[in-house]
Ligand binder design. Sequence first.
Ligand code: AMP
Length: 191
Amino acid sequence: MKEKMRLIVMGPQGVGKGVQSEELARIYGIPHISTGDIFRKNIAEKTDLGKRVSSYIEKGELVPDEVTSAMVFERLSQPDAQKGWILDGYPRNAKQSADLDEWLQKNGEELSSVILLDADGDVIAQRIQKRIREEGRSDDKPEAIAERLAIYARETKPLTDYYLQKGLLKKINAEGDVEQVTEAIQEAIGN
Ligand code: AMP
């Protein structure tokens, strides 16, 4: 590995962010930090955070920014994140992206790359159907899926322009099989 990797993996629900982030985490030996996974774990364990966020997640709405950003920064300050990290599902709007910029600056860190996974709507719909069958996520109900798609289009996708202007965005065709997509990412980030 040439440099300390600090990656953001972006893309619509169902495109394969979790699977690819997991692969990259294994390859580079750095933590995969998925805000959705952390929230779900807290809900399952009935922690105070879990109780606070469950109604947003059930509806497919965003958890308030201050709760989410504080949780992410707490995680990024853990010992295992000192050698790098992969953020999956964060930032999701302009406020969170500004929060992250501020945190990076304060901590003297820089993003390595922002990976945008891209696939045709049909492919994504099929992957969501597969996830519904295999994982049984309680927020994979039609209304919550529709809400997440709307929020992605309105609040998250515009962030790709911001990272493009910063020269960090790497758009990857995510329609191939898992291995092909991982290879394309590795090639794009030059590691
Ligand atoms: P995900 O597993 O990334 O699809 O996230 C599942 C749910 O967790 C989302 O629909 C939101 O309710 C919540 N969530 C995850 N990441 C964020 C975030 N960055 N900001 C706000 N809410 C989030």
